[in-house]
Design a protein around this ligand. Sequence first.
Ligand SMILES: NC(=O)c1ccc[n+]([C@@H]2O[C@H](COP(=O)([O-])OP(=O)(O)OC[C@H]3O[C@@H](n4cnc5c(N)ncnc54)[C@H](OP(=O)(O)O)[C@@H]3O)[C@@H](O)[C@H]2O)c1
Length: 270
Amino acid sequence: MENGKIRVGVLGAGGRMGQAIIAGIAGDPRLVLAGAIERAGHEAVGRALGPLFAPSLTICSNPGPLAISSDVLIDFTAPAALAATLDAACDGKAAIVIGTTGLEARHQAMIDRAARHIAVLQAANTSLGVTLLLRLTQQAARALGPDWDIEIAELHHRHKVDAPSGTALALGAAAARGRGVDLAAVSDRGRDGITGARVAGHIGFAALRGGSAPGDHLVMFGGEGERIEIGHRVESRDIFARGALKAAAWLAGKPAGRYAMDDVLGLPAL
Ligand SMILES: NC(=O)c1ccc[n+]([C@@H]2O[C@H](COP(=O)([O-])OP(=O)(O)OC[C@H]3O[C@@H](n4cnc5c(N)ncnc54)[C@H](OP(=O)(O)O)[C@@H]3O)[C@@H](O)[C@H]2O)c1
């Protein structure tokens, strides 16, 4: 803490989310910016963080010192950066909010290991609305049962590099949990050509890319003669930054362990 404020370190400071988070910290009386990191060689390294912050505060490339001077880190970068970031967070005893998507099983295993030493909150989507959509999806899947086909569609801007989106996969995992099945065993990704009829009990994914859409998700439950659709549309990228900052303020000082946005919102375990 610094003057009663939570010290936040930002990873991916030159990126879209990093910029939104730094702007959010400047306007949040609970938080103070401890520093910011970019990939070594990135043109933003060495740049001052702007008039709202001390002139000495420049973007660096080594997460080690930043983790030591931060109560909590916020990471919106790339999966390749995760191992070094988690090592730095564990060594510096900083909690960490991970918003980076495209994480695979080996990244999840790294996060589990780090969570033995520090508080870690990983969320493929830090918005309040999507946190609730995940919960509703799990409840609906449980209530409706396997006769209802579940399809998850998402739309994102043309720059997005991973598909399906982390949020779509999290929605699929929520639906699978609701049904008591393993998502990997039932997911249909990227149908093309003569695929045959839909397999009962499978969960399908479709990814659209184009324009500047920050992220739309639709979960469809298709029954015989009726259909339920629940969804969420992002109007501004700021919602992710607001959610990440709320999560960071909540996570700072928590004991080691893995946490989720549900915990931040106080949603009871299902
Ligand atoms: N959880 C959520 O709610 C949520 C919401 C939006 C986005 N996301 C995810 O957050 C991530 C970032 O999104 P974005 O839209 O901000 O992307 P972006 O604009 O490309 O920003 C990512 C930034 O991280 C930098 N970076 C890459 N490797 C790094 C490293 N090793 N150390 C430090 N910085 C590194 C990138 O640098 P280069 O440009 O040089 O590679 C870039 O400046 C993506 O995985 C995205 O899917 C999550």
